[in-house]
Design a protein around this ligand. Structure first.
Ligand code: PLP
Length: 368
């Protein structure tokens, strides 16, 4: 049997008629940039997350860059984030001229360890970017308390967490702004690049709207240096179709995670930890074991695809040599990079496929 990490084609076939009609509708309509599809998606995502404003942009990385700029972050500022995340969480900070400052993760949730944030705050610290990694919210109460106490902005990197919740409230509704990605593999993804900023702040909304369109509100009159970063109508039309299925798909992911948990829990590998405050939507189902590379190779030989998110923490990336970090500075993130393995996870994954993966793991562990 061959089991992929995710299966976008199967999902496409399930909604093909609707998606094809939506694409055709945009082609017939002839409005391709910032039209009714983008406006509808912005409206629906804002109300889904529970905030007044949403701004469609070119991708999740641009969402972070534009959110940082709209929050007034720039050269000379320090922004705290996690070293165990996709590169863009920190890259966006550098892109606006600010300096990323890393705080180690909680080894159970893989998210930034809020108890270690305060010791890294300096007079230059202006913001925190918590990342809701793998579909599980960071500890937002603790993070927002620290932010209030030190007068910091909070921009949630919710690129892996559309629909995740913290204490019953949607991820993305806590910070001054939050960012989503519609990259094809995200749990709400389009067939290309796309992203969204959400915010409860009218001023951040206004600035983000200007920044995504060359710093202008009125064509050919520019108030600031911005970007060309709009969500395309075609992608918004596809996402308007897929958005209707988001909760159902997230429930299917959660169900699949439960099946995995039950089948893997006594095999000696560590299954994902779901914090009591979190509604985890399992963007990824990430296990841990000592011989991660051995397990990955053995599963591959049995036709099971796996992934390593992420093999190298951000503080040890070549691009961040100048920041002066060394191995040992972020022990929990470094250990996670050596131990994590993402199992096949997507809504349409079937029980017999999960059983096949679990049987393979069990057999490999038994053989040592
Ligand atoms: C995917 C992702 C991004 C970037 O999103 P793009 O749309 O690929 O630019 C940023 N942060 C995290 C945590 C992500 O997973």
């Amino acid at each position: 049997m061959n089991i992929p990490l995710l299966d976008l084609k199967e999902q496409y076939y399930a909604i093909k008629d609707e998606v094809d009609a939506a694409i055709e509708g945009v082609l017939e309509n002839g409005q391709f940039i910032l039209g009714p599809q983008v406006r509808a998606l912005e409206h629906d995502i804002a109300s889904y997350v529970g905030v007044p404003y949403a701004i469609g942009v070119g991708n999740g990385t641009d969402a972070l860059v534009i959110a940082l700029r709209a929050c007034g972050i720039g050269p000379g500022d320090e922004v705290i984030t996690s070293p165990f995340t996709f590169f863009a969480s920190a890259e966006s900070i550098s892109a606006v001229g600010a300096k990323p400052v890393f705080v180690d993760i909680d080894p159970d949730t893989f998210n930034i360890d809020a108890s270690k944030i305060e010791q890294t705050i300096t007079s230059r610290t202006r913001a925190i970017i918590p990342v809701h990694l793998f579909g599980q919210s960071a500890d937002m109460d603790a993070i927002m308390d620290i932010a209030r106490k030190h007068d910091l902005m909070v921009i949630e990197d919710a690129c892996q967490a559309m629909g995740a919740e913290y204490k019953g409230r949607k991820a993305g509704s806590f910070g001054h702004a939050a960012c989503f990605s519609f990259f094809p593999t995200k749990n709400l993804g389009t067939y290309g690049d796309g992203g969204m900023i959400v915010t409860g702040d009218a001023d951040i909304d206004k600035k983000a709207r200007m920044l995504r369109a060359h710093g202008s509100t009125r064509k050919y009159y520019h108030e600031m240096i911005g970007y060309n970063s709009r969500l395309d109508e075609l992608h918004a039309a596809i996402l308007n179709v897929k958005f209707k299925y988001l909760d159902q798909w997230n429930d299917m992911r959660r169900h699949n995670a439960k099946v995995y948990d039950a089948l893997l829990k006594d095999t000696g590998i560590t299954v994902p930890y779901a914090a009591p405050y979190a509604k985890h939507i399992y963007h990824q189902y990430v296990v841990q074991c000592d011989d991660r590379d051995g397990l990955a190779a053995a599963l591959k030989a049995k036709g099971v695809a796996t992934g390593v998110y992420y093999p190298l923490p951000l503080h040890l990336q070549d691009a961040y040599k100048d920041l002066g970090y060394k191995r040992g500075d972020m022990p929990c993130a470094e250990a996670a990079c050596d131990r994590v393995l993402a199992m096949p996870m997507y809504p349409e994954l079937e029980r017999h496929q999960i059983e096949y993966v679990a049987d393979a793991v069990r057999e490999l562990i038994r053989k040592g």
